[in-house]
Ligand binder design. Structure first.
Ligand code: S3P
Length: 176
């Protein structure tokens, strides 16, 4: 597989954990778009949302994807922020970067996982449950449009998810 494996999906669907596991198995380094933005800007995402607003953050996400393509990044695991699919121009960029995997989890699982920390500005409100359900509804068609593979993760172990992703990617590229 010469290209990258690109993980998309809602907050709390396990992109970072699965990304690390894929990295260990394949020996590809991980690039996390959130981490990259925080490091370029030298401040947390919550700060960017609070000071410049969400549209600015979305612009930074697009810039990262463009940069990765310009640098001809390959053989990496690219883990993305849950809202990266909200900018239509990002969809072809994601697919150009490699095999795009949409990690799917139930709203209950998402709520349980995301309630553990407060560093996600979009869920830092009085009713995160409504927010999750509304955003999921808005975003699902966009994830579906961007992804080569959608993977329902409920009931699967991290190792089963990782194996499934690698097998599908190999099949997709015709060397499985
Ligand atoms: C966001 C998801 C976050 C981060 C930012 C916005 C979103 O990433 O990019 O808080 O709009 O869903 P994770 O999906 O890694 O939590």
């Amino acid at each position: 597989m010469l290209k990258n494996l690109v993980l998309i999906g809602f907050m709390g669907t396990g992109k970072s954990t699965i990304g690390r596991q894929l990295s260990k198995t394949l020996g590809y380094p991980v690039i996390d778009t959130d981490t990259q933005i925080e490091s370029n800007e030298d401040r947390p995402i919550a700060d960017i949302f609070a000071n410049e607003g969400e549209p600015h953050f979305r612009q930074l996400e697009t810039q990262i994807l463009q940069q990765l393509l310009t640098n001809n990044t390959h053989k990496h695991i690219i883990s993305t922020g849950g809202g990266i699919i909200t900018r239509p121009e990002n969809l072809p960029l994601l697919r150009d970067l490699g095999f795009v995997i949409w990690l799917v989890a139930k709203p209950e699982t998402i709520l349980e996982r995301t309630s553990r920390n407060k560093d996600r500005p979009l869920l830092n409100n009085k009713n995160p449950e409504d927010t999750v359900r509304n955003l999921l509804q808005q975003r699902e068609p966009l994830y579906a449009q961007a992804a080569h593979l959608s993977l329902e993760t409920t009931g699967l172990t991290f190792s089963e998810i990782t194996t499934g992703i690698i097998e599908s990617a190999r099949y997709h590229y015709g060397n499985g």
